[in-house]
Design a protein around this ligand. Structure first.
Ligand code: PLP
Length: 408
């Protein structure tokens, strides 16, 4: 008898964004012609910048001639791209990462989801609440949790991120083996200083634990003092893996490219306590289950690091951050507390005790504006909503005018 992986039955029945889509579609059907402004799902809205399109075209043109055609490429990514990444994203910030520690992939969702495969089932996993749901759900699928009760999976160590702790997870009281961190954070938009990250690196070293650091939004960091990579922290090479994405950096949500950094110093342990190279394990996994990102996409990604690419992308990010400023000012003028929006495209708004779905419905029905109810990211998001800066300036301005009118 073919048996199902019963862990899947523990997963919450529906996905946050399909619930939102259902409510939005219903509202649209009942209010035909209404212009709904979507500041919910974190998807970019601006086209790829000209330098990236040029790189993309060059890659496609090379594929059109036998002499320059490429078939299967290196599973880890072309060296021309990994060299650019190592130089621009790490060495330029004093972080010692070499091209052969970089694994190019089709995005951070797959990598953050797949990476847990390398660990035993009975490890203790610490996950922030609220959280990007992929970390949690993939551990549920792998059987590292018990049932879902009272909005939480049994067996997971949840790290509450609340106003009291500046939306930063605190070091867990009990010993954990695997720690998920994400800065700038989705959904809260909070950031962590070098000193704050150092506490985690020290904790991981002391406890033979590993940090999975999701830096998908690092390009939104404006504050010069904030770290853009965990490898700016001394000792992180031994205890941290970093995930990056070109989705929010360069508008690649539909183009698909990201990468994972696994330093060669990173060790995990066998059941007998012997050291195992995480780099070798991920290399084995990646080369067995992944066949590389397409050549034109890697050429397009390489262009992200050209002079024109860098300046065009900087402008695009400034555009979204300007939208974020508009949202922050509106939220503030209405008397709501919030975090994020400064070094992040997300603004996490405290609904003053209002349930997050109730707040969502209010904005949808009174302002025709879509946000994301914080409850969908975990128990600690129950009284928050997330507003995203990914839309046109005109739509964001109009949405904020409507929100002001609806809530005044
Ligand atoms: N990590 C975080 C924190 C995200 O918010 C997202 C996307 O929203 C991803 C990873 C996924 O990125 P990608 O598009 O590269 O799969």
């Amino acid at each position: 008898m073919i048996r199902a992986n019963d862990n899947y039955s523990k997963l919450k029945a529906s996905y946050l964004f399909s619930d939102i889509a259902k409510r939005v579609n219903e509202y649209q059907a009942n209010n035909p012609g209404t212009h709904i402004i979507r500041l919910g799902i974190g998807d970019v809205t601006q086209a790829l910048v000209p330098a990236v399109i040029k790189g993309f075209h060059e890659g496609v043109d090379e594929m059109a001639k036998d002499a320059t055609f490429r078939g299967y490429g290196p599973d880890q990514g072309y060296l021309f791209l990994r060299e650019k990444i190592a130089e621009n994203d790490f060495k330029s910030r004093g972080a010692d990462i070499s091209p052969d520690e970089i694994f190019v992939s089709d995005g951070a969702k797959c990598d953050t989801g797949n990476f847990q495969e390398l660990f035993a089932t009975d490890i203790k996993v610490a996950i922030p609440d609220p959280v990007y749901p992929v970390y949690l759900d993939t551990n549920v699928m792998a059987g590292r949790t018990g049932e879902f009760e009272d909005n939480r999976y049994r067996g997971i160590v949840y790290m509450d991120c609340l106003k009291e702790n500046n939306f930063l997870p605190k070091l867990p009281k009990e010993k954990v083996d695997l720690i998920y961190l994400c800065f700038p954070n989705n959904p809260t938009g909070s950031t962590a200083t070098k000193e704050e990250l150092k506490l985690w690196v020290d904790y991981a070293k002391e406890n033979k634990a590993l940090i999975l650091f999701d830096a998908a939004y690092e390009s939104y960091i404006r504050d010069e003092d904030l770290p853009k990579t965990i490898y700016e922290i001394e000792g992180a090479r031994e205890v941290a893996v970093e995930f990056r994405s070109f989705s929010k950096t360069a508008g690649f949500t539909g183009t698909r490219c990201g990468f994972t950094v696994v330093p060669k110093d990173c060790m995990i342990y066998s059941a007998k306590g012997e050291k195992v190279s995480l780099h070798s394990m991920w290399n084995r996994r990646h080369t067995t289950k992944f066949n590389g990102v397409s050549y034109p996409v890697q050429k397009a990604t390489e262009a992200v690091y050209s002079q024109e690419g860098k300046s065009q992308i900087k402008e695009q990010i400034a555009y979204y951050l300007n939208n974020a400023d508009v949202i922050c000012k509106t939220v503030e003028s209405l008397g709501f507390d919030y975090v994020g929006g400064k070094n992040s495209p997300y603004i996490w708004v405290d609904g003053n005790g209002r349930d997050s779905w109730e707040f969502f419905d209010l904005l949808l029905t009174k302002a025709s504006v879509v946000c994301t109810p914080g409850g969908g990211f975990g128990r600690c998001g129950k009284h928050y909503i997330r507003i995203s800066a990914f839309n046109s300036f005109e739509n964001v301005t109009l949405a904020m005018e409507r929100v002001k009118e609806a809530l005044k």
